[in-house]
Design a protein around this ligand. Structure first.
Ligand SMILES: Nc1nc2c(ncn2[C@@H]2O[C@H](COP(=O)(O)OP(=O)(O)OP(=O)(O)O)[C@@H](O)[C@H]2O)c(=O)[nH]1
Ligand SMILES: [Mg+2]
Length: 282
């Protein structure tokens, strides 16, 4: 896979710009996906959190298993869960940010995170205007820009992936819509791995066809393709299209609410909770 497919130039430039301006900020706002708070952490957060305080926002609360999300909220400090589409949770986040406002000027902050987690939507909700572009494909925001309102000066930044992540992390990100499927070799590959993951964790209810024992992941994807009408000449299934439709349904929550990781639990990748916290800000 060419490096430019999964680490395009705007990520390198965004990283450089964020590092340049961090000293001018009062606080960092990091957005992660509620369904995988460990795997969706920003590759920049470790270094940025050494310099500035961090508040974490877990977006897509509406798509996460509520019990497992509560375990994360008990575990992580300075963390708020939000349904950004409905603006649920915004007031609490705003209150936490404004505690960092100096008396003589507005509070300065940057919203950071991996692609497509809801950074721009959160920024718009905080400033009360739809100024930053929002869209459901990774890579909508391509540059670092400032926005101002409601006593805040906020930087929107492009989603940035870890150039050293293992394939397993990229797979999770592709299932959640945070990385393009090309990053892991296409929708068919991503979907097959998702089927294997769901079957191995007892999450079969997220597969939109009946899964009987001994059915291979490829056969399950074929059934999904038939169900979604992804057929080509001769009535054969287009596996890439079937994979795309399945991943889209899963990532947008149409197949149900799920958390792929729990704190301290067995995960797809061996993450430890100590890697997902931030500096103390009390
Ligand atoms: N259901 C749901 N969808 C959300 C939530 N937050 C964001 N989204 C959707 O996620 C998609 C991505 O939102 P953006 O704000 O563009 O994400 P971003 O992190 O700025 O993305 P990039 O600029 O591409 O890195 C949009 O379709 C949003 O409507 C949420 O809390 N719940
Ligand atoms: Mg954006």
């Amino acid at each position: 896979m060419p490096r430019t497919v999964w680490y395009p130039g705007h990520m390198a430039k965004g990283t450089r710009k964020l590092n340049e301006l961090v000293s001018k900020l009062d606080i960092i706002l990091e957005v992660r996906d509620s369904r995988s708070p460990a795997s969706t952490s920003s590759p920049l957060i470790k270094s940025l959190s050494k310099i500035k305080p961090v508040i974490h926002v877990l977006s897509r609360k509406d798509l996460a298993d509520p019990d497992k999300l509560n375990l994360w909220l008990k575990e992580l400090k300075h963390t708020f869960a939000a349904d950004l589409r409905k603006r649920e949770g915004i007031n609490a986040i705003k209150k936490a940010i404004l505690k960092f406002k100096p008396e003589h000027r507005e509070v300065r902050l940057a919203v950071v995170g991996i692609p497509n987690v809801g950074k721009s939507l959160l920024l718009n909700s905080l400033i009360g205007k739809s100024n930053a572009s929002v869209g459901n494909i990774p890579g909508i925001t391509k540059s670092v820009s400032w926005y101002r309102n409601e006593g805040m000066l906020i930087v929107d930044s492009p989603g940035i992936l870890d150039s050293h992540s293992e394939e397993g992390v990229h797979l999770i990100l592709s299932w959640l819509g945070c990385a393009k499927a090309e990053v892991v070799g296409g929708f068919e590959k991503s979907a097959i791995e998702l089927i294997k993951f769901l079957c191995s964790k007892g999450f079969q209810e997220f597969i939109p066809v009946e899964v009987t024992e001994n059915l291979l992941p490829e056969s399950i994807l074929e059934l999904i393709g038939k169900k979604y009408g992804c057929l080509i000449s001769g009535g054969r299934v287009d596996f890439e299209l079937a994979g795309r439709k399945f991943i889209e349904a899963f990532s947008t929550g149409r197949l149900g609410k799920i958390c792929l990781e729990v704190p301290h639990g067995e995960r797809v990748i061996d993450f430890s909770v100590k890697n997902v916290g931030a500096v103390e800000i009390d």
